[in-house]
Every structure is written in structure tokens, then in C-alpha cells.
Design a protein around this ligand. Structure first.
Ligand code: NAD
Length: 330
């Protein structure tokens, strides 16, 4: 029997990768997908071009805060995989209203509909940023949430509300908390695509503070595989950290990107640090490994080389987005 999945935010970076993977040749044959996406600056119909005429695909432009639309869509689906979010920390520092609205109120709207229509499974895509910052060691799923940025706080609110719907109402909610993703189709405001597109254009790249903030990098293929394992085999009410096992300081990351793009350190400008910049993130992903057999597969060096290559050959995809970004910034 076909499982009907409503994928929110499916026109964004990770959501579209998830949809292309599930509807691609190696995806499960028994799923049909509806994408619900508002098409904010980060949502791009071109990300779904490969699947737009597939029989098992449908696209709805709309807002996850629109209770009527959400109710109608949820009533026609078996599962929700919820990616839709305002996702850029820097933007949340400039103003957090849209973050509270989409990430918290939007998630609440989806959860309400899920309860009302007795949805089978709700997979909530959260982030490792909900844990805060950690000097040494790694967070297990049982650690308390201590988010610092407005983005992380809005994601933590949504994450806790999703889990509350399991504990209070018995809704089958599964939460994933993943580390920093990279790969093709990422909007060129996040560090990796920002640096690659600037370097390919022969422009300077801005490195925050002393460049020693540490992130764990995961290729989007691995994240998508982890989410699928949780959707198909995870347990209700459980949280699963998903990591890439590639901790790097921003300086180290910059060095790798410079080399891959054929540039050197004189292309780097050290700029004032981001306000409240978390020093280090590190998730312990033993649980998803032990319970669901997850392991990251993409070597960082290979993944970064492929990503640079993708941006090199897809100028038509990112150049209009950079121009749009510059218009917004001016
Ligand atoms: P993205 O910004 O590329 O995409 C977000 C998508 O959500 C866009 O298509 C946008 O149009 C859509 N959207 C925004 N507001 C909406 C609304 N009100 N209604 C409907 N659609 C709306 O984000 P991403 O990087 O693909 O992240 C996807 C999810 O994964 C987010 O929930 C994010 O918090 C989480 N996450 C991201 C990372 C990462 O490194 N990018 C890491 C861990 C978790």
C-alpha cells in the first residue's frame, strides 16, 4: 500500500534532497509525496525540477501557519516529514519574528492538524543547535536543551512542542537533531556555499572572529538517509541525533575550500564575530547507529570536492540567488 507523505519545506536545501532521493531510482516504490512550501527566499522550485512531473509527486505552495490549508493536506496524508523553517542564524539575529512564526507557530499548526486527523507518524526535523554549545565531549539525546541564538531557540521550542504531543496525546512523533549539512542546492548564504560561490567569482570571503568555532559537517545524502531510517524504523517519542563525524574549525574548513577552489589565504577577510556565536557543536550519534544502523558514508574530502564541482557547473542555479541576496542587503 502506498504511504502518502506530506513534506513541508520540500523546496529548500535538505527537503528537496529528501524528495529527490525518495522519488529517485533508489527510493522506496511505495511512497507518494506532496510538498507544502511557501517558497520564501530559500525555497526554489528549480530544486524539484527532476521530480516535478513524477506520478507520485504533487506540489502545493502555501504556508505551514495556514491552519485551514494544513488541516486539509494533513487529512489526506499518512505521515508528515517536517523540514519547513526559517533556517539562517544570522537572519534570526537581525530579527526573530519570522522564526517564531514559522518555526514555532507553524510547527504547532501542523501538530494540531496531525492530532485532529490521527496522522500515523510525524517526523520533526530539528537541529543540534538546540543543545547550545559544548567545550568537550558530545551531546547525547538526553542532554538538556540550552539554545543560544534566536534560530536555535525557535527550533528548540518546536522540538519540545513536538515531543509534548507524543507525551500528552500519544502522537507518534520522532525527532531528528542533525549537525551542519553541506552539499548541492544549498542557498548561498550559509558558510560553505557562500565561500564557494564567492571564491569562484574571485571575491573575498568573510571569516567570523578567530575562526576557531567548531562544527561537525555532514553531507546532505547522509542526513537524508538518517531521516529515512527514522521515518521507517524509529520509535515513537524518540529523539535521534544524526552526525557526520567531521569536526572542523571554521579556519580548517576555509583552508579546505580555498584549496578546492584554487585560492589562497589572501582571499580571506577576518570580520567581527557573529553575536553570541556558539563555540562548538558535537552530537553523539551512537543511538541512531545502534538502533537503526546509521553510519555516515560520504568522506568529507570527496563530499566537498563534489560540492565545489556542483557549484562550478551550476552557475545558472546560484547566480540569480546571489543577485537577489545583494539586492536585499543594499
Ligand atoms: P532551507 O532554508 O534551505 O529551506 C527551508 C524551506 O522551508 C524553504 O523551501 C522555505 O521556502 C520553506 N519555508 C519557510 N517558511 C515556510 C512556511 N512558513 N511555510 C512553508 N514553507 C516554508 O533550510 P534547510 O537548510 O533545508 O533546513 C531544513 C530543515 O532542517 C530546517 O528545519 C532546519 O532547521 C533543519 N536543519 C538544517 C541543518 C542545516 O545544516 N542546514 C542542520 C540541521 C537541521
Amino acid at each position: 500500500m502506498t504511504t502518502r507523505i506530506l513534506v513541508t519545506g520540500g523546496a529548500g536545501f535538505i527537503g528537496s534532497h529528501y524528495v529527490r532521493t525518495l522519488l529517485g531510482p533508489a527510493g522506496p516504490p511505495d511512497v507518494a509525496i506532496t510538498v507544502l512550501d511557501k517558497l520564501t527566499y530559500a525555497g526554489n522550485p528549480a530544486n524539484l525540477y527532476e521530480v516535478h512531473d513524477a506520478d507520485r509527486f504533487c506540489f502545493v505552495r502555501g504556508d505551514i501557519c495556514d491552519a485551514q490549508l494544513v488541516g486539509k493536506l494533513v487529512s489526506r496524508h499518512d505521515q508528515v516529514v517536517h523540514f519547513a523553517a526559517e533556517s539562517h542564524v544570522d537572519r534570526s539575529i537581525l530579527g526573530s519574528e519570522a522564526f517564531v512564526r514559522t518555526n514555532m507557530a507553524g510547527t504547532q499548526t501542523l501538530l494540531d492538524a496531525a492530532l485532529r486527523h490521527r496522522l500515523r507518524t510525524f517526523v520533526h526535523i530539528s537541529t543540534d543547535e538546540v543543545y547550545g554549545s559544548i567545550r568537550s565531549g558530545s551531546w547525547p539525546e538526553t542532554d538538556p536543551l540550552r539554545p543560544n541564538s534566536p534560530y536555535a531557540a525557535s527550533k528548540a521550542g518546536a522540538d519540545l512542542m513536538a515531543l509534548a504531543h507524543h507525551r500528552t496525546h500519544g502522537l507518534d512523533v520522532r525527532v531528528t537533531r542533525c549537525s551542519n549539512n553541506y552539499g548541492p542546492h544549498q542557498f548561498p548564504e550559509k558558510v560553505i556555499p557562500l565561500f564557494i560561490t564567492r571564491l569562484l567569482d574571485g571575491r573575498q570571503v568573510p571569516l567570523y572572529g578567530d575562526g576557531l568555532n567548531v562544527r561537525d559537517w555532514i553531507h546532505v545524502d547522509d542526513h537524508v538517509r538518517g531521516i529515512e531510517l527514522v521515518r521507517t524504523g524509529g520509535r515513537p517519542g524518540e529523539v535521534y541525533n544524526i552526525g557526520g563525524g567531521n569536526e572542523l574549525s571554521n579556519r580548517e574548513l576555509t583552508g579546505l575550500l580555498l584549496r578546492e577552489c584554487g585560492a589562497d589565504w589572501d582571499m580571506v577577510t577576518f570580520v567581527e564575530d557573529r553575536k553570541g556565536h556558539d563555540r562548538r557543536y558535537s552530537v553523539d550519534f551512537t543511538k541512531v547507529r545502534a538502533e537503526l544502523g546509521y553510519a555516515p558514508r560520504k568522506e568529507l574530502a570527496t563530499g566537498l570536492a563534489e560540492t565545489v564541482d556542483w557549484y562550478r557547473t551550476h552557475r545558472f542555479w546560484w547566480e540569480p540567488l546571489c543577485r537577489q541576496g545583494e539586492r536585499l542587503a543594499s
